[in-house]
Write a protein that binds this ligand. Structure first.
Ligand SMILES: Nc1ncnc2c1ncn2[C@@H]1O[C@H](COP(=O)(O)OP(=O)(O)OP(=O)(O)O)[C@@H](O)[C@H]1O
Ligand SMILES: [Mg+2]
Length: 277
């Protein structure tokens, strides 16, 4: 039987926030909004998490790793003590019109209801499926574990509750001094290529913001043990999508521009040719 202390810990903590304040003290006006904005643990999401815990997928829920407009990411511990990342899409603030545009062109998601909840749920399922496809094709992405409603569970990229930094977060001096930039660049391009040729997918939101540098905090940087991991694949597209090529070009451009700023001189055209070969 899986222990539920982790979830209860969070529930207790939520309750503590609800306790009445001492006489004369006023609660900050927006504290309830802030709470959901920070942690989105609304009741339906808590219920979904609870279901995951009953299925033995989550043993304990940790703290938030990141919060954005569309989703928040929490750390968690799985049944085998493995570290997990839980991505919870927000129902109320997600830009579901944009999501709908991406979903409509995808044959995997025909017959989806057009209301906000259904679209956000389809989006979480889409990200799971995209990650699965990429993972099975051998691309460096977090291994997807499960999804339900607006919640996606995947492998945690990082260690001891600390997420690996994004490529964007690695200081320029470190990139310039400790990395073989050319090698790192081509490693990222080769991930895009594998995703394209074996996974038949285009990331469609790739940039230094959506690449995590796995092993950065612990490895000897010179040992070349750091692996760039592509994340955030909700919007990724099958090659059959009419805009796939335009998105591939944009992904490549973002990476080329980032590395050329650091002193490389690669051309987008050359990279595109290599990917499609
Ligand atoms: N599998 C993971 N392991 C560790 N950290 C992760 C993982 N997935 C996401 N993160 C952390 O959460 C952040 C946001 O994740 P992601 O890019 O998937 O969300 P997003 O859709 O961009 O959300 P936002 O609305 O914040 O833009 C990442 O930059 C990273 O720091
Ligand atoms: Mg992102």
């Amino acid at each position: 039987m899986v222990k539920k202390e982790g979830l209860f810990r969070v529930e207790k903590w939520l309750k503590r926030e609800e306790k009445p304040l001492p006489k004369g003290k006023k609660r900050k006006k927006d504290y309830r909004d802030r709470k959901t904005e920070l942690y989105v643990l609304d009741i339906p999401t808590l219920e979904t998490l609870y279901k995951f815990s009953k299925r033995g997928i989550i043993k304990a829920l940790g703290g938030p790793v990141s919060r954005g407009k569309e989703a928040v990411i929490f750390h968690a511990i799985g049944a085998e003590e493995e570290e997990l990342a839980i991505k919870m899409y927000k129902i109320s603030t997600s830009n579901f019109h944009v999501m709908l545009d991406y979903i409509i062109g995808d044959p995997r998601f025909e017959n989806i209801k057009r209301d906000r909840r259904s679209i956000v749920f389809a989006w979480a399922r889409k990200e799971y499926k995209n990650l699965k496809r990429a993972f099975d094709a051998g691309v460096c992405v977090p291994e997807p574990i499960a999804y339900d409603k607006n919640v996606l569970i995947m492998e945690f990229i990082g260690k001891e509750e600390v997420a690996a930094p994004r490529l964007k977060d690695v200081p320029v001096e470190v990139l310039e001094l400790d990395f073989d930039l050319e090698e790192l660049f081509w490693r990222i391009i080769s991930e895009i290529k594998t995703l394209y040729n074996r996974g038949r997918l285009v990331h469609a939101d790739l940039s230094e913001f959506n690449i995590l540098m796995k092993g950065y905090e612990y490895a000897d940087i010179n040992a070349g043990k750091i692996e760039p991991v592509l994340i955030d694949m909700g919007q990724s597209l099958l090659l059959e999508h009419p805009n796939a090529d335009a998105f591939l070009k944009r992904d490549v451009k973002n990476i080329v521009v980032f590395f050329n700023k650091l002193g490389l001189t690669c051309s987008e055209a050359e990279v595109m040719k290599k990917i499609k070969r």
